[in-house]
Design a protein around this ligand. Structure first.
Ligand SMILES: Nc1nc2c(ncn2[C@@H]2O[C@H](COP(=O)(O)OP(=O)(O)OP(=O)(O)O)[C@@H](O)[C@H]2O)c(=O)[nH]1
Ligand SMILES: [Mg+2]
Length: 468
């Protein structure tokens, strides 16, 4: 179904769809009513105007003045069976810095205009090839920085997320119909004939919206990575652990306590997920103003972490102040996973004891040895992945909200559905019930793009790269 705002584009756009630089091949895409004509007028090979859709042709692209530019393969897709829903021609030429530019230039000389970022996807959206959530998934897929983010975006592109939203929309439409039917027939004291169905549909919508909103945090983790803060006393071996985890010499290690001052961040992909490790200043009281600022930042970083790796030196054990600090933290942020790392295990004989008063197991580790032998990190990494994996198991199977824009609309929709439920319980007039249901529908429409304005569309598509 074409988007209601769809205007048939009159111009034909072209862009290089592949990344710059040396490569065997590059693809230049052309879309629009004159796509076939534009390419045909500078192509020597088959007569593209006459070839069937979905066929590929080898030949030469020339500049119109007798000079061949490159040997190419041209693939013709006739509207509406194309990525954008318009006539599309893809020119596969040789890669590198020169050939794709020459091809693009001659296509522009022969009547195409340079595409804006995301314009191909925008046209696909306007022709009803994708809904807005799928178009956004295309951008997310391109920007994906971990395997899991890529998989979730692909899920969304394949329409699993829109399918859930469409079902929700259907339910709300049925609800509206049920409510508005009664409104037509009764002046006052609306008593819904099918009250049970109404209640069931509303409860279902309430639950589903709640689930989608509950996935927002997971979505952030998938998109932005898991923020793991490494905290502990000076000299515990935090920076050594950071270096071991990311497999390179990122932070300065020294036996002078108070070496690290600023937060030091480094990333690694583990089991398809992006982890952002943050090394911090060792926690202690200090008269040094710069170090004190580092300690303040470290405390702040800990409160903003997704997981805390608390490192201590097993030869010294946890001191009383650390135990109190950790107990307080557990009380204040019970949902924050804390892994206790008993470092310098190479210096200690026997297993580290879990300190009394802290219901946390200790993971013995020699960060120093782990910098040479990553397999030693396995138990820690396992625990780290488990700490965030409870939610991740669902990330591939069910839709995950990865998008701030969606989150806003889902919140409003949820609030509206809740109001409608309360109105029904309280026996309030059917009018307000209908209004709330309409409001929820409107919010969903904003997400999928059934209702959108130009500004929102421009903002969304400008996130894309040119050629997509
Ligand atoms: N034996 C042994 N020494 C370690 C281990 N991990 C770190 N060290 C040493 O402990 C000292 C402090 O290590 P760092 O990683 O700089 O400690 P830190 O916690 O970052 O210290 P600050 O930045 O001062 O807070 C260095 O001399 C390291 O070589 C370990 O597993 N075993
Ligand atoms: Mg350090």
């Amino acid at each position: 179904m074409p988007h209601p705002a769809s205007l048939t584009a009159t111009d034909t756009i072209a862009a290089i769809a592949t990344a710059r630089g040396r490569a065997a091949l590059a693809v230049v895409r052309v879309s629009g009513p004159a796509a076939v004509e534009v390419v045909a007028s500078c192509f020597r090979g088959a007569d593209l105007r006459a070839v069937p859709s979905h066929t590929a042709h080898v030949g030469y692209l020339h500049d119109g003045h007798g000079h061949d530019l490159d040997q190419v393969v041209v693939t013709v897709f006739r509207a509406p069976r194309s990525a954008t829903g318009e006539d599309v021609v893809e020119v596969s030429c040789h890669g590198g810095d020169v050939a794709p530019q020459l091809v693009l230039r001659t296509l522009l000389d022969h009547g195409a205009r340079m595409a804006r970022p995301g314009e191909f996807t925008q046209r696909a959206f306007l022709h009803g090839k994708l809904d807005l959530t799928q178009a956004e998934a295309v951008a997310d897929l391109i920007h994906a920085s971990s395997t899991l983010a890529h998989r979730v975006s692909l899920n969304h592109l394949q329409g699993r997320y829109s399918a859930v939203l469409q079902q929700l929309r259907q339910d709300l439409l049925e609800l509206c119909a049920l409510v508005e039917l009664e409104l037509d027939f009764s002046e006052e004291d609306v008593e819904f004939a099918d009250r049970e169905r109404l209640e069931a549909l509303l409860a279902g919508a309430d639950r589903l919206l709640g689930e989608l909103l509950a996935s927002v945090h997971l979505g952030e983790v998938v998109r932005d990575g898991v923020r793991v803060v490494i905290g502990g006393r000076p000299n515990a071996g935090k920076s050594t652990l950071l270096n071991a985890l990311v497999g390179r010499d990122r932070a300065i290690v020294s036996d002078t306590p108070g070496t690290t001052r600023d937060e030091i961040e480094a990333e690694a992909e583990i089991e398809g997920l992006r982890f952002r490790f943050v090394d911090t200043a060792g926690l202690r009281e200090t008269g040094d103003a710069i170090e004190a600022e580092g300690v303040r930042r470290a405390r702040d970083a800990i409160t903003r972490s997704d997981v805390l790796l608390y490192v201590y030196d097993v030869t010294a054990g946890l001191d009383a102040g650390e135990v109190v600090f950790l107990q307080d933290l557990r009380a204040r942020q019970p949902a924050l996973p804390v892994l206790l790392v008993g470092n310098k295990a190479d210096l200690a004989a026997g297993a580290a004891e879990a300190p009394p008063g802290l219901a946390l197991p200790v993971l013995p580790l020699s960060a120093r040895q782990a910098t040479h032998d990553a397999t030693r990190l396995q138990p820690l990494v396992r625990r780290l992945v488990d700490a965030v994996a409870a939610g991740l198991a669902g990330a591939e199977a069910s839709p995950v909200v990865m998008n701030q824009r969606h989150r806003q609309h889902l919140r409003h929709a949820h609030a509206a559905v809740r109001r409608a439920r309360q109105a029904l319980d309280a026996g309030t007039s059917g009018d307000t019930l209908a209004l709330d249901l309409r409001a929820a529908l409107y919010q969903l429409g904003e997400i999928t793009g059934e209702i959108t304005n130009e500004d929102v569309l421009d903002q969304i598509f400008s996130r894309f790269c040119i050629g997509k």
